[in-house]
Design a binder for this molecule. Structure first.
Ligand code: FE2
Length: 360
């Protein structure tokens, strides 16, 4: 992750400054100063985040959190503003562009940033039907909620979780599956974020597996906290859920950043199960192994569906299972597009989702 941030620092900031120098200075003169201040605030924050040692300290100093939020909003703003400026610069080669166009681009980018900051906090409910092999007829009609990749931390906190818990409580479903990257920060800084989950565990069984981001900060503390709140954390483990006089095996594995020594033995156990198996695994690629066991359905996350335009198109080329439903013989895989976000609060053309999955 730090390598990614350094890469962003190397590519994004010079690009932003170049766009600023080439275009903004003559198109939007009255805004030169605030735009430059935003750019340099961002550059400073990215630099600070890229320093592995200072990152934890930044999170743990509450006084710096508004700065982190502001910096993330700046990133979102520039993701709209820089393309607008580049388009204007190209257009300026052929037509006479008035400075009003630059002002319009600035206003639209501010509007999009504020809209996105609101939109990322209101996940849409997606209804999905997934076919089961015919021999598991008795489980047809069973429904549950799938959420993933909340990335709670400096931007999304307890208020977001409270809203989410209410949304899930109003959704008819038997239980809730959470496929990792719930947290994105140190335990001491953000433990209050998950407090509202207690209301969820009071009404529904919640199954959880770790994602890669849990292992960037205090994974063991987060796991202990979740367990103390009544969340069922599956670490190469299987639990059975009874419904309609049938049983569903709900299994889960840790993210591959944690090499669980019990995973090989766990796979052996899964292969002897009589009940259909619902596997929770943060990374979709594990389906290549588990579909041959076979698990009836694997739920995953990780890629956030590319998170914002145009990345949704790029990850189709980069990831084998980027998002959505995949099927192979008797096994299905659903890759969640993310209930939260990583980095800037921007999920343009790819809204955050809460999935209600019904087995049919
Ligand atoms: Fe994630």
């Amino acid at each position: 992750m730090f390598a990614v941030l350094k890469l962003v620092n190397l590519i994004y900031i010079p690009l932003a400054i170049l766009a600023h120098l080439l275009v903004e200075t003559y198109l939007v003169k009255p805004l030169s100063l605030p735009v430059t201040i935003l750019l340099f605030t961002d550059a400073l924050m990215v630099f600070a985040f890229a320093m592995r040692l200072s990152k934890r300290k930044i999170h743990q100093a509450p006084i710096l959190r508004p700065l982190i939020q502001f910096s993330l909003l700046c990133f979102s703003f520039f993701s709209f503003y820089i393309p607008c400026l580049i388009i204007l610069a190209i257009a300026d080669l052929f037509f006479e562009i008035s400075s009003n166009m630059g002002l319009l681009a600035f206003a639209v980018s501010i509007g999009m940033t504020l809209y996105q900051a609101w939109a990322v906090q209101t996940p849409v409910l997606r209804q999905i039907q997934i076919p089961l092999p015919s021999r598991f007829q008795s489980l047809k009609g069973l429904s549950f909620v799938h959420i993933s990749d909340l990335h709670l931390g400096p931007f999304l906190g307890a208020g977001f979780v409270e809203h989410l818990v209410q949304q899930i409580a109003n959704t008819p479903a038997e239980f809730v599956c959470l496929t990792g990257d719930l947290m994105d920060g140190p335990y001491n800084a953000y433990k209050d974020c998950i407090e509202p989950l207690k209301k969820l565990t009071a009404i529904k069984t919640v199954y959880f597996v770790t994602g890669n981001h849990e292992y960037y900060y205090d994974a063991n503390l987060w796991i202990q906290e979740l367990q103390s709140m009544g969340v069922t954390v599956l670490r190469s483990e299987t639990k059975f859920y009874s419904w309609n006089n049938s049983q569903l095996a709900i299994a889960g594995i840790d993210d591959s950043l944690f090499k669980n020594p019990q995973e090989a033995e766990f796979r052996e156990q899964l292969s002897t199960l009589k009940a259909p198996c619902l596997l929770l695994s943060h990374r979709p690629e594990t389906w290549d192994i588990y579909k041959n066991i076979p698990v009836a359905l694997q739920l995953s996350g990780h890629g956030h569906g590319g998170q914002a335009f145009p990345w949704a198109f790029i990850i189709r080329k980069v990831m084998k299972y980027p998002f959505g439903l995949f099927q192979d013989n008797d096994s299905s895989l659903y890759v969640h597009s993310g209930t939260g976000f990583w980095g800037p609060p921007n999920r343009w053309l790819n809204p955050p989702e809460v999935c209600r999955i019904e087995l049919v």
